[in-house]
Design a protein around this ligand. Structure first.
Ligand code: ADP
Length: 470
């Protein structure tokens, strides 16, 4: 498995949760798994007991770059995390974005990392049956295997699965990247891609992987349409028979209100008293009035247009509830939220940061979890919320449509501020006036099985199918 993020080592979003949790279930199903991630500057090698395995070289931009390979065993046979150490990843940030002034940009960094991951398994002499690539960061791996490593017997039986976690982030590079990666410009998908003088990593992954999947059945259908295909629907349609949707699970050991170490009061489905106490502490922590009878609405999200944050405006202060926002992202969205908190300090608390502990306390202390996403490949927040007895209010799209219905929460279809307002007002009415219905929603959500077990089996099916492809 090759990815840019993995919990608990390094996390920006849901990708990390998937790469952190899926391997555990795969191991239980008899797979031998190695996960390759970059050794970012922020990773604490003492804390995670990461040891150096060896040095190696990776050729990029016609230069031989020295890397070192580090390992963290996962306690099951040869299963381990492999870390690629190189100056390109010395920064504490996973993604550099526009921060890059000199040196390689994210496209070059991850193109390099993708090649380094292949070199790493070669040097430790571990032949993968399948390289499972995640998102645009590792989408060039199938291309490398079909070109640079085409004649390399080591990878003769290696197949690729490409998982799309978010089609909106495609990794579009200047055409010079081809020279940088030493890829042949005559290779068919590269030649086609170069017509617009850009190389789209996501497109390359889609066209060259043995099989493709995305992270929910509904999103797998949605991305075939012009509305949600992000201009790649034509190519996804070409590969429709190789495309499937597998719903993400969550790590139910980590996300467990009974044992969660971030909580003062642990609780379970049978006894929700702890949840009430967590709510009080949460209100105190984020500076809202301590009022056990006032419903708390939690939002934990990257603040980007995808997440529907802009639907929430001053009007929402009229609702009889409190809002807690936790997240970072788009500066204009952050600014809008901050002004809500300034204007209505009794109603809105806005926490602009990444804070895993506070996230858990919101999942546990809130009454409602809100995800009004414009699109949502799977979404993990609503799953975690339900596990913590927090009722989801979501827009019916992608994985949200696959996981939330009226038995466990509230849904709305139209991406519209007034429709969201009405849906929240309806949810609050049930909270205030139909406590037994509210309790049933909580119980139904907590009873649902969001473990990886079922979905991991689906992945094993894809891996098996791949190994049968000649
Ligand atoms: P995406 O992958 O699009 O960001 P998901 O809902 O799939 O959205 O996953 C987001 C994950 O990141 C969830 O586990 C959520 O709790 C977590 N998360 C997002 N923002 C923060 C934050 N500011 N602090 C802590 N955790 C966060």
């Amino acid at each position: 498995m090759v990815a840019a993020e993995m919990t608990p080592i390094v996390k920006v979003g849901g990708l990390a949760d998937v790469v952190g949790a899926l391997p555990k279930s795969l191991i239980n199903l008899g797979c031998e798994v190695k996960i390759v991630i970059p050794f970012y500057g922020a990773i604490d090698k003492k804390k995670y007991k990461i040891n150096k395995l060896c040095n190696a070289q990776v050729e990029i931009n016609n230069k031989k770059e020295k890397i070192s390979i580090w390992s963290m065993p996962l306690g099951h046979g040869s299963t381990e995390i492999l870390f690629i150490k190189h100056d390109f990843f010395a920064s504490k940030d996973v993604y550099l974005g526009s921060k890059v002034k000199t040196g390689p940009n994210d496209l070059e960094r991850f193109a390099f990392f993708s090649k380094a991951a292949l070199e790493a398994v070669k040097i430790i002499n571990w032949q993968p049956d399948v390289v499972h690539c995640h998102d645009w960061h590792t989408a060039l791996i199938p291309v490398y295997l079909k070109t640079v490593y085409k004649e390399d017997l080591f990878f003769n039986n290696t197949r690729t699965l490409y998982t799309i976690h978010n089609l909106a982030m495609q990794g579009k590079a200047n055409s010079l990247i081809i020279k940088y990666c030493q890829l042949p410009s005559v290779f068919p998908t590269i030649k086609d891609d170069l017509l617009d003088n850009e190389i789209n990593f996501m497109y390359q992954g889609i066209m060259n992987a043995g099989l493709i999947n995305t992270v929910s059945p509904t999103y797998a259908k949605e991305i075939l349409t012009a509305k949600q295909g992000q201009y790649l629907e034509k190519f996804l349609k070409q590969r429709k028979s190789d495309l499937s949707g597998i719903l993400n699970g969550i790590d139910t050991d980590f996300f467990n209100p009974k044992t969660d170490k971030f909580l003062k009061n642990n609780y379970n489905q049978g006894s929700l008293a702890g949840k009430k106490n967590n709510k009080k502490l949460l209100q105190l922590e984020v500076g809202l009035p301590e009022a056990s009878n006032v419903p708390v609405i939690g939002i934990i999200s990257r603040f980007f247009p995808q997440k529907g944050i802009e639907l929430i405006n001053d009007k929402f202060a009229k609702l009889d509830c409190q809002f807690i926002f936790l997240g970072t992202g788009d500066k204009s969205l952050e600014k809008g939220l901050k002004s809500l908190a300034k204007n209505y300090p009794q109603k809105f608390s806005v926490q602009i940061k990444f804070d895993a502990g506070l996230a858990q306390r919101i999942y546990a202390g809130a009454d409602i979890f809100l995800m009004p996403s414009l699109f949502e490949p799977c979404g993990l927040g609503q799953l975690i919320a339900m596990r913590y007895g927090t009722v989801p209010v979501v827009r019916t799209t992608g994985g949200l449509a696959d996981t939330v219905n009226q038995r466990v929460g509230f849904t709305f279809l139209q991406f519209d501020s007034n429709v969201l307002y009405k849906t929240l007002a309806e949810a609050l009415k049930v909270y205030y006036f139909k406590p037994s219905t509210w309790k049933r929603l909580i119980q139904n959500g907590m009873k649902k099985d969001f473990s990886w077990h079922k979905s991991a089996k689906e992945y094993v099916k894809l891996y098996t199918k791949l190994t049968n492809i000649k």
